[in-house]
Design a protein around this ligand. Sequence first.
Ligand code: BGC
Length: 260
Amino acid sequence: MSDQSGPATTPTLAIGIDIGGTGIKGALVDVATGELMSERLKVPTPKGGEPADIVAEVATMVEAFGDSTGRVPIGVCFPAVVINGHTMSAANVSKRWIGLPAETLFEKTLGRDITFVNDADAAGVAELHFGAARGKRGLVIMTTLGTGIGSAFLYDGVLIPNTELGHLEVDGRDAESRASFAAKERSRLSWRNWAKRLQRYYDTVEMLFSPSLIVVGGGVSKEAAEFLPFLHLRAPIVPAELRNNAGILGAAWLAARPRN
Ligand code: BGC
């Protein structure tokens, strides 16, 4: 994860797969331009989020991209802390992921090497190269509002992985249980009432980390006009530009980047 120099001299095509608590999405990506080069495939995350079921869905999806050469790099991102290819947490998937050598598990099933990272980190890398964080200095905090809340720290264009700000304690509660998009849906909150929870959440983030920019991603970012105007923070807070494709794009970009 440390080498984030551009993929200019490397293959331009890569497959990106974004595993979430609700859905698994994937596409073939041109990592030079950030464009999707295939249809975006999406299947529901298997009930219970068990490792074997998720790996099987990903294998079916990879097959659908018809890479007969077996050489197109594959990046997979996942909603957990990822350390040396091991998943070390499991907030919205089966607890069996905790401590699992997930990268190896996918590689064995797919029969090839993959790049395996946290989903919000992948989304942050995509916004850094192709979206709202491009060219921004200082600390950019990308947050994804979906089934959970994911975060990525980008400091002067370098990713600091596994920050997990969805699990900050806010008002005595795990932040994502109150402020994620899933929490809005669960409690049928209006945009304004959800924004009150988001204000508490981003106030805490801002108090602790003083970011120079906050980027708000996840599928709901396409409706940013409904809730961002309610938020008042010191730092500018802007919608992600890549919407729900950021995870796919970032995973693909990381898979295609040059290695030392
Ligand atoms: C997980 C994170 C993930 C986020 C968004 C959280 O519950 O702990 O690892 O990035 O959800 O999917």
